[in-house]
Ligand binder design. Structure first.
Ligand code: COA
Length: 163
């Protein structure tokens, strides 16, 4: 159990098949701008396949973890995921926090957990493609030790964390 900046008690755990409805609620409440920042394009909603992929993702070296609000009946407040590329021993990293829970330290907590798991499992590096105007995500990545790995191109820039 960890505390967010506003005192909210949260716990971090792997996403699991039972999270299907919780994930649908989580994505269903996201603002258009948060969806845009996560997916890099306008997107009204995520597909059933997307949810199924996330809840079944903790296999083959992949990582999908959630920050769960303790006082709110297992409500998902944020998620972080790493898609493992076995050949290159590196993982593509993403993080997403519900609008009303942003700015409370939850993105950092859930991403740090995913990064620790990736390190423990022997990945050599993590990478993320981040919009050049996405200051919160860029700052968060830098706080965790990611550095820019390419010049900006088409409004996005690759960040990398080498273990
Ligand atoms: C990026 C995101 C995950 C950050 O999560 P969060 O819970 O709001 O961030 P935290 O409160 O944990 O903040 C961690 C750090 O991020 C940076 N940050 C967060 N919000 C920020 C803001 N509004 N402006 C500037 N920096 C910000 C800060 O460096 C902060 O550290 P600090 O609190 O010591 O200053 C969240 O804003 C989000 O879900 N955005 C939409 C999806 C997205 O952009 N995902 C990343 C691309 S995959």
């Amino acid at each position: 159990m960890v505390k967010a900046k506003d005192g909210t008690r949260i716990r971090i755990r792997a996403l699991q098949p039972e999270d299907e409805d919780g994930l649908k609620r989580f994505y269903g409440r996201l603002s258009q701008s948060t969806m845009f920042l996560r997916f890099g394009r306008h997107k009204e909603s995520v597909s059933e396949e997307w949810i199924e992929r996330l809840i079944g993702m903790n296999h083959n070296g992949n990582i999908a973890v959630a920050a769960i609000g303790d006082a709110s009946h297992d409500e998902i407040l944020g998620i972080a995921a790493v898609v493992f590329d076995e050949k290159r021993r590196r993982g593509e990293t993403s993080v997403l926090v519900a609008d009303q829970s942003q700015g409370k330290g939850i993105g950092r907590i859930v991403l740090e957990h995913a990064v620790s798991l990736a390190r423990e499992r022997g990945m050599e590096s993590l990478w993320a493609l981040i919009d050049v105007e996405n200051t919160p995500a860029r700052n968060l990545a830098k706080k965790l030790g990611f550095v820019s790995a390419s010049p900006p191109a088409f409004g996005q820039q690759e960040f990398e964390l080498r273990f």
